[in-house]
Design a protein around this ligand. Structure first.
Ligand code: ADE
Ligand code: ZN
Ligand code: ZN
Length: 279
């Protein structure tokens, strides 16, 4: 084998590995951390104490990322299908009888892990796992493309160019818009998270925590997914130009911000409900 072809194989292997590692399962780490930080600020004293008792030194922001950290570990392969739910292309709402996959999707998982977290009779280890998964899935269900379509794996198979690099439409939504915004405004996840937290109005706070039914949250995401697919980027007019332009980012960033805030408020409300009264 010539040195060149060996080099080719190595390059292809490394690229393949990098691509498989970037296959996305949720908001990027920063999105999940912002959601965790917003939720933490919503907790009543009792829920905050219970979260601390379960997580110890791990912050809620970090716990929100755990389900992505263990992805790829064989022991946790069963978690992979729980990050999302898919519906038919013509559906306007999710239907658990049709889309439910015997509970192996995000909507039922949120219900399941909420119940485990609520149950103080359950072993601590089981409740820690439940808290980490719940904290992550409440975030994911607010990422519109986690309530999406099977045929392109929630936009994972749809390759686009964003900020000069090839990525998937899914990953633009998981992290691309957030990275672009943070870079432009010179924000860290902490400062962006604080800005999101500080701009939640009392009316939004009340509205968002009114329904704690994950079917409703999924339906909100599906409405957004429908509009995202209706406004898919045009093929670039200039060779090499981004499919997602600055104006796309400006169009969608308020939606991204709204979904992060909503997820944070609802995660706080769910944790107050599960852990906030003496049990
Ligand atoms: N794989 C298949 N469908 C998916 C979705 N909606 N989100 C993330 N990963 C997926
Ligand atoms: Zn995820
Ligand atoms: Zn994702």
């Amino acid at each position: 084998m010539s040195t060149l072809s060996r080099l080719h194989i190595i390059v292809i292997a490394v690229l393949g590995l990098a691509m498989s590692m970037t296959r996305c399962f949720g908001w990027g780490g920063d999105g999940h951390r912002m959601i965790g930080a917003i939720a933490q600020s919503q907790l009543n004293e009792q829920a905050a104490e219970a979260v601390k008792g379960l997580l110890g030194d791990e912050t809620l922001a970090e716990a929100c990322c755990w389900a992505d950290k263990i992805r790829g570990e064989k022991e946790y392969a069963w978690v992979s299908p729980l990050h999302y739910i898919n519906a038919p292309r013509d559906a306007k709402t999710v239907d658990l009888d049709r889309d439910g996959l015997d509970g192996q999707q995000i909507v039922s998982s949120i219900g399941k892990y909420r119940e485990i977290l609520k149950d103080s009779e359950k072993p601590k280890e089981e409740r820690i796992l439940a808290l980490r998964l719940l904290a992550h899935f409440v975030g994911d269900i607010h990422q519109p493309l986690h309530v999406s379509y099977k045929d392109d794996k929630g936009g994972n198979m749809l390759t686009v160019t964003h900020l000069g690099t090839r990525s998937s439409m899914h990953s633009v939504w998981d992290s691309g818009f957030i990275k672009q915004h943070c870079k432009k405004m010179e924000l860290s996840w902490e400062t962006m998270g604080a800005a999101l937290r500080e701009t939640i109005t009392p009316d939004e706070q009340r509205r968002w925590s009114q329904s704690l039914d994950p079917v409703e949250w999924a339906n909100e995401s599906l409405v957004l997914t429908i509009s995202i697919y209706a406004k898919l980027p045009e093929p670039p007019k200039v060779k090499g130009a981004d499919d997602f332009t600055e104006s796309d980012a400006q169009h969608w960033m308020p939606t991204v911000a709204d979904r992060l805030q909503t997820a944070g408020v609802r995660l706080g409300a769910v944790l107050n409900d599960a852990l906030g009264s003496s049990k």
